[in-house]
Design a protein around this ligand. Structure first.
Ligand code: ZN
Length: 173
């Protein structure tokens, strides 16, 4: 749970206390001020099909061998489909058209819920600030990785009828 020391209303200490049948971090002076529910955040992810292949991206914060889906948080008043199109544009400069929902996946370690879409993208790749590299992988060489969006990749391969790699798992080196 993220550090959250003081009530944002009165400044009293936040303390763990039994509330609504769970231990929750809440204002020690008055729980009606603030309860930190710590609900998972929704994140959108895109399996980007581009020129007949799947385009994976490497985030600037990741080790050199890691390539994964385009992901990002929703903005206020933004639908998940609009968010995924915006993220594809911001991160790799491509126009995305949503082909369908691949699935919805819990990512407990990050306290997130991943909403994964298959998109087809056109345009010229232009890397945004967060992305340092992209690579295109033929669909039949795409191998799911063992966490988070890797489950979406596995389901998508199944949905596409590309079954050879469904039972394989990539290990990032
Ligand atoms: Zn308070």
């Amino acid at each position: 749970m993220p550090k959250f020391n003081f009530c944002p209303v009165c400044g009293a200490d936040m303390v763990l206390q039994p509330l609504e049948e769970r231990e929750r971090l809440a204002c020690s002076a008055d729980t009606s001020h603030y309860i930190h529910y710590d609900n998972p955040k929704p994140v959108v992810a895109a399996i980007v099909e581009y020129e007949g292949e799947v385009l994976l991206a490497r985030n600037a914060k990741w080790p050199p061998s890691w390539y994964a889906l385009i992901t990002g948080f929703l903005e206020a008043n933004e639908s998940p489909e609009d968010a995924v199109k915006r993220e594809v544009m911001e991160e790799i400069g491509l126009d995305a058209e949503v082909q369908g929902l691949v699935g919805v996946y819990p990512f407990f370690r990050m306290n997130e819920v991943i909403i994964a879409y298959h998109v087809k993208a056109i345009g010229e790749v232009k890397l945004g600030d967060e992305i340092v590299d992209v690579k295109k992988i033929p669909k039949d060489q795409l191998i799911p990785w063992p966490y988070a969006t890797g489950d979406a990749v596995r389901d998508w391969l199944r949905q596409q009828g590309i079954l050879a790699n469904v039972d394989k798992t990539l290990s990032f080196k």
